[in-house]
Design a protein around this ligand. Structure first.
Ligand code: SF4
Length: 230
């Protein structure tokens, strides 16, 4: 998917690299943590940095060490620059949070497993929140999902970057199966219609949310034809 060393991001000094082991929905096992500590010590990796996407970046790696580190880690590559799904962040939801209304962690893990590395026109981020407090930053992700007492709400076209955009609410009160179906349809529509390098926020601004609604959303049985209907 990328040129150069596997899963490696060249750093400011143009000679060292960073790698991002895949940690779906921010979950790491004790075994993975032990592997990370071992490679950090063995290869004198100077920086371990937690990212906003609930991932761990190992920074300052020599090019010749990258393959050996991946082998010793026993973890898969978390994408960081390629045009594909980079990550699905998820809050704890009903697993541990007292405010949780839905199981955001299970849904986030399921979506991540389905779509991680899926090739798309540009990088793609998702966020799943277990209640309307929205700790999964769902309004600012390419696809966001928010749980409430009635089910799940799906957001499309959010972005938290230099040209931020609050995503559009696509559908409300969905079941988990409907969320999975809608997520797949939105990803396929975006893959087919966006320009190379065009993030969803710019894509929605260019084509208009009403076009997406009439092209795609009015065909979906669980989305009301009248968007003002609750
Ligand atoms: S979004 Fe809600 S359920 Fe998730 S961590 Fe925040 S308060 Fe808890």
């Amino acid at each position: 998917m990328e040129d150069g060393p596997r899963g490696a991001i060249v750093q400011r000094d143009r000679t060292s690299y960073a790698i991002v082991p895949r940690t779906p929905a921010g979950i790491v096992s004790p075994e993975h943590l032990e592997s990370i500590i071992k490679v950090v010590r063995r290869y004198n990796i100077p920086v371990i940095k937690m990212t906003s996407g609930q991932r761990m970046v190992l920074v300052g790696i020599k090019e010749e060490d990258i393959e050996k580190i991946w082998d010793e880690l026993g973890m898969t590559v978390g994408q960081a620059t390629a045009p594909c799904v980079h990550y699905v962040q998820a809050c704890p939801g009903t697993v541990t949070c007292k405010y949780g209304k839905q199981d955001s962690l299970a849904l986030g893990l399921e979506i991540e497993e389905l779509y991680q590395d899926m090739n798309l026109p540009a990088k793609f981020k998702m966020g799943v929140s277990g209640c309307p407090r929205c700790c999964g930053e769902s309004y600012l992700r390419d696809i966001g999902v928010i749980g409430d007492a009635k089910g799940w709400n799906v957001i499309f076209g959010g972005n938290s970057g230099g040209r931020p955009r609050i995503g559009d609410v696509v559908a409300k009160n969905l079941s988990k199966e409907e969320v999975l179906d809608l997520t797949r349809r939105l990803l396929e529509y975006y893959r087919k219609n966006a320009r190379p390098g065009e993030r969803t926020a710019r894509f929605v601004e260019r084509v208009g949310f009403e076009t997406i609604r009439s092209d795609l959303l009015t065909l979906i049985p669980y989305i009301p034809l009248d968007p003002t209907r609750p």
